[in-house]
Design a protein around this ligand. Structure first.
Ligand code: PLP
Length: 392
């Protein structure tokens, strides 16, 4: 028997550990030289000009919204099928959130639905200031379509690429911000690479970068050009707006830098695992992940869907797998189901694809250290209940 298999987990090497220990013996524990090195390395990997590392992707989303001017009275749109942080960031800024239903094939924000909703919002004067597409599972959204609409309707775009570092869109790394204003990544342990906790915002806009750097550290500037008068002396700094303590530590940056070296290897293995699942699940009554030819997914998640006619088997299948030590999960509960959002008055009927997805999706284990025999064990346990179901 195997010990319980999580849906995802980190892979920490001796080299990672040494990199962290080295920082502990150095002069800088919090934001020091390694944070800058990590920022440069991620920006270079992705082909973006600037980057701002912070203590989580949630913080990155918050300061990204602020840098794009999101405030009370504004609308921010995202997909319902994402982690709550993709929507909460707008509420932190006093803005309102609305959702756009998902594409039935890729489960990411539907560009057709987005266009329909924009047309309608134009007539009611409720166009969004920012749209936050989420690269669910690590597969890029249709960024070209979203960018086209952003130019037509004048909204800004933040890519929530928490799942997607190491992935590509049209043969270029996700994070290059060719089709967006800001892209954010998460380095939570369950994501592709980790810094313990951590996140980063990438942009090609020098002003957004400077603003996010300031917001990360209390709204304080040490740049005389940003001050209301020339510095009182060498000790001087000014708080020129309300910011936060969202700094990443050098301990985290050291781990992140060390993990970044293995990013391509991590994604390659995730791709292999996905391929193996695809092959083994081929003759099962399950929908395997659709891959858009223009994308190369980092496969943060491997999501299968149960057959439409056997809706009742979904929960039973999850329970069956879990009782066999396979800790499958569901990413995600549509955000408007959560009580905090429910009271804001969303109508689930407006999001039929998200509702259907929620009744069918299961995230199977996928992570660098998952062994081939474990994949075979998972598939074997998947087969039993499904064949069982088809008999009755
Ligand atoms: C993990 C995740 C976040 C939040 O990341 P943290 O680094 O934990 O704050 C935001 N959006 C999505 C889609 C995520 O998966």
């Amino acid at each position: 028997m195997f010990k319980p298999l999580p849906y995802g987990r980190q892979d920490i090497s001796e080299e990672d550990i040494e990199a962290v220990v080295k920082v502990l013996k150095s002069d800088f524990l919090t934001q020091g030289p390694l944070v800058g090195q990590f920022e440069d390395a991620v920006a270079q990997y992705c082909g973006a000009k600037y980057s701002v590392a912070v203590n989580s992707a949630t913080s990155a989303l918050h300061i990204a919204c602020l840098a794009l001017g999101v405030k009370e009275g504004d609308w921010v749109w995202t997909t319902p099928i994402t982690f709550v942080a993709s929507a909460n960031c707008a509420i932190y800024c006093g803005a309102s959130v609305d959702f756009v239903d998902i594409d039935p094939l890729t489960y990411t924000i539907s560009v057709e639905k987005l266009e329909e909703k924009l047309l309608l919002a134009k007539t009611t004067g409720k166009l969004p200031k920012v749209v936050i597409p989420v690269h669910l599972c690590g597969q890029s959204c249709d960024m070209e379509g979203i960018a086209r609409l952003s130019h037509e309707y004048g909204f800004k775009v933040i890519e929530d690429a928490s799942h997607a570092i190491g992935g590509k869109y049209k043969n270029l790394p996700i994070g290059n911000c060719q089709y967006s204003d800001i892209t954010i990544f998460s380095f939570h342990p369950v994501k592709i690479i980790t810094s313990g906790e951590g996140g980063i915002a990438l942009t090609n806009n020098v002003e957004y970068c400077a603003h996010m750097q300031r917001l990360r550290s209390h709204g304080i500037t040490r740049d005389p050009r940003e001050m209301s008068h020339s510095p009182d002396g060498p000790w001087y700094y000014q708080q020129i707006e309300l910011g936060f303590n969202y700094r990443m530590t050098d301990i985290q940056a050291a781990l992140g830098l060390s993990q970044l070296k293995r990013l391509d290897e991590f994604v390659k293995r995730r791709q292999e695992i996905a391929k193996k699942y695809n092959e083994l699940l081929f003759d099962l009554d399950l929908v395997i992940p659709f891959q858009n030819k223009e994308t190369y997914s980092s496969f943060h998640l491997y999501v299968v869907r149960t057959n439409q006619d056997k809706r009742n088997s979904h929960k039973e299948l999850v329970e069956r797998l879990r009782s066999n030590g396979i800790m499958v999960n569901l990413h995600y509960i549509p955000i408007y189901h959560h009580p905090y959002y429910q009271v804001k008055g969303y109508n689930p009927k407006d999001f039929p694809e998200s509702e259907m997805y929620y009744s069918q999706a299961i995230s199977l284990p996928i992570y660098f250290g998952l062994k081939d025999e474990e994949i075979e064990y998972i598939v074997e346990k998947l087969k039993t209940p499904i064949n069982f179901q088809t008999i009755f």
